[in-house]
Design a protein around this ligand. Structure first.
Ligand code: GRF
Length: 200
């Protein structure tokens, strides 16, 4: 049984989907803890599923480095085999990424390498593209630049705004992250191998 920590900042709808999937006894992974950089709305999902939570408030630290060190200590308490960033709206400091990569994944609401960064949905709309997408990647020290594990196209429809487009993308993100976690858990997907053979 693969143990997973999920880190969030927001509503945690993708977290909820993972919690739901992991509640199925046939699913080969379970969420052991949910962490956040703030009092995230998504903690409510963790509580509903009886999953422990921790918070490391970014605002209470003098530097990203110090915040990351505390986050790392919390993760060390729970010793997950995999960390999933699911809407964590902070860049992790390099030493924490180096410690966890390739066992740390991120979901992104665009078809990477298109539209990396915090505003992937807004940037796709601004670019006027006919389709964007969703991606799951291994986190590295760039901004959404790590090896791509899964991705799928999502159409941009006439009249879309950031909210409607994001809400069309999120169900795809959920499906992809659940499938990637399942494949990591079964050994079908070898993260170390993917990272070692990824083209820079
Ligand atoms: C997702 O689109 C995630 O990829 C992005 O923020 C969103 C999080 O949504 N970085 P939620 O908190 O899971 O509802």
């Amino acid at each position: 049984m693969l143990t997973v920590a999920v880190l969030i900042s927001g509503t945690g709808s993708n977290l909820r989907a993972l919690l739901e999937a992991a509640a199925d006894p046939g699913f080969p992974a379970r969420v052991v803890v949910v962490g956040a950089d703030r009092q995230a709305e998504g903690f409510a999902h963790a509580e509903e599923y009886g999953t422990p939570t921790f918070m490391v408030p970014y605002a209470q630290f003098d530097s990203r480095q110090e915040w990351g060190a505390q986050l790392g200590e919390q993760l060390a308490v729970w010793r997950p085999e995999l960390v999933v960033l699911s809407g964590l709206m902070r860049l992790l400091p390099p030493n924490l990424v180096d410690e966890w990569s390739p066992r740390i994944l991120n979901t992104h609401p665009a078809y990477l390498p298109e539209f990396p960064g915090a505003h992937g949905v807004r940037d796709a709309l601004a670019a006027g593209v006919a389709q964007t997408g969703a991606s799951v990647i291994i986190v590295d020290n760039g901004v959404d630049s790590g090896p791509i594990l899964a991705q799928e196209r999502v159409p941009v429809l006439p009249g879309d705004d950031e909210h409607t487009l994001h809400e069309r993308i999120k169900p795809v993100e959920r499906r992809l992250i659940i499938d990637v976690v399942r494949r990591v858990a079964t050994g079908e997907l070898d993260l170390a191998h993917v990272a070692a053979t990824a083209t820079p």
